[in-house]
Design a protein around this ligand. Structure first.
Ligand code: NAD
Length: 309
């Protein structure tokens, strides 16, 4: 086990010196595990909890102190970070275990992807009890979580953002203030609404190009420099052997699971319905990812949807 506190040489250079803090970290799964490890590397004292014994054991190996109940992580902390599966779990955890129990004025940071309404409801309950809170969902997958290169989209007051920024910087390459409570979640689902649709459009275009006799590499070379280009093509090409190395080159293993894309599209559709926004492309993308996931492909990278064409 790593000695605590870590030597100053193990602290990551974040470009911005943050003071050593005591941080509770709850939810140490695929994403949270690497994120908590990066907080340890940045010199923070991390007090970790997860329902999974395996996830807890990994956190311990990475230098965190581990606890068997969420409430036990809170003793004397400056901040609480969560990385959990969904809004119901986030709501239950904050209202049941954290708000009113963490030290007065502790900063709360939820990095999970959840619905805007729950993010706002929990932040409101937190602020009323004297805890500044930010929603800070991420762009970037497991590799970015492990490598400390996530992008954080942050919703919350200016004061809460100023306190959150050095903590998030230790886990990411970019921390962007999107607006008030819930704005981080809004940015995240709108971004992934684009991503789901452009991935399907890119897959369709590669399929048609090949059927029309075009060499897919030649089509990539043209379209990635023409008006059809998008991140789905230039950085995440869904065809193996074409463009940069992507999950397509690894039989669609790793990357961003189709099941998570479906989750984000469902959140975007629900938000669109409550906001009265028309999202016909996003709605079709949700149907296609729903069919794809129901056919047993939820664990494959989302670019594997090209196989259905
Ligand atoms: P995961 O399922 O691997 O991890 C979630 C962890 O939370 C698990 O270890 C689980 O045991 C734990 N957990 C569940 N309920 C708990 C509770 N009440 N108390 C303590 N621990 C609890 O999921 P993940 O891939 O790490 O994703 C986490 C969040 O990040 C999700 O909201 C997801 O949408 C988002 N996200 C994931 C990715 C990705 O590529 N995996 C990318 C961007 C955003």
């Amino acid at each position: 086990m790593r000695a605590w506190p870590p030597s100053s040489r193990s602290a990551r250079a974040t470009g911005r010196e943050s003071k050593h803090m005591k941080i509770a970290f709850i939810g140490l799964g695929n994403m949270g595990g690497g994120m908590a490890a990066n907080l340890v590397k940045a010199g923070h004292e991390v007090r970790a909890f997860d329902l999974s014994a395996e996830a807890l054991a990994r956190a311990k190996e990475n230098g965190a102190q581990t606890f068997t109940a969420a409430g036990d992580t809170l003793d004397g902390v400056d901040a609480v970070v969560t990385m959990l599966p969904n809004g119901k779990i986030v709501d239950d955890l904050y209202t049941g275990d954290v708000i009113g129990k963490a030290p007065a004025g502790a900063l709360l940071l939820d990095c999970s992807t959840i619905d805007v309404a729950t993010a706002r409801k929990v932040a409101d309950a937190a602020e009323k009890a004297g805890y500044p809170m930010v929603d800070a969902p991420v762009s970037g997958g497991i590799a970015a979580a492990n490598g400390g290169t996530l992008t954080f989209m942050v919703g919350g007051s200016d004061e809460a953002f100023a306190r959150a920024e050095p903590i998030l910087s230790a886990m990411g390459k970019a921390v962007i203030h999107a607006g008030g409570a819930g704005a981080g979640q809004a940015a995240k689902i709108c971004n992934n609404l684009i991503l789901g649709s452009t991935m399907i459009a890119t897959c369709e275009a590669f399929n048609l190009a090949q059927k029309l006799g075009l060499d897919p590499q030649v089509f990539f070379d043209i379209s990635s420099k023409a008006s059809g280009q998008s991140w789905s093509m230039t950085s995440y090409c869904p065809l193996p052997g074409v463009g940069p190395q992507t999950p397509a080159d690894n039989d669609y293993q790793g990357g961003f699971a189709a099941g998570l894309m479906l989750k984000d599209l469902k959140l975007a559709l629900a938000a669109a319905q409550s906001a009265g926004a028309d999202v016909p492309m996003g709605a079709r993308a949700e149907e296609l990812y729903d069919e794809f996931a129901k056919a047993g492909n939820a664990g494959l990278d989302f670019s594997a949807i090209i196989r259905t064409l």
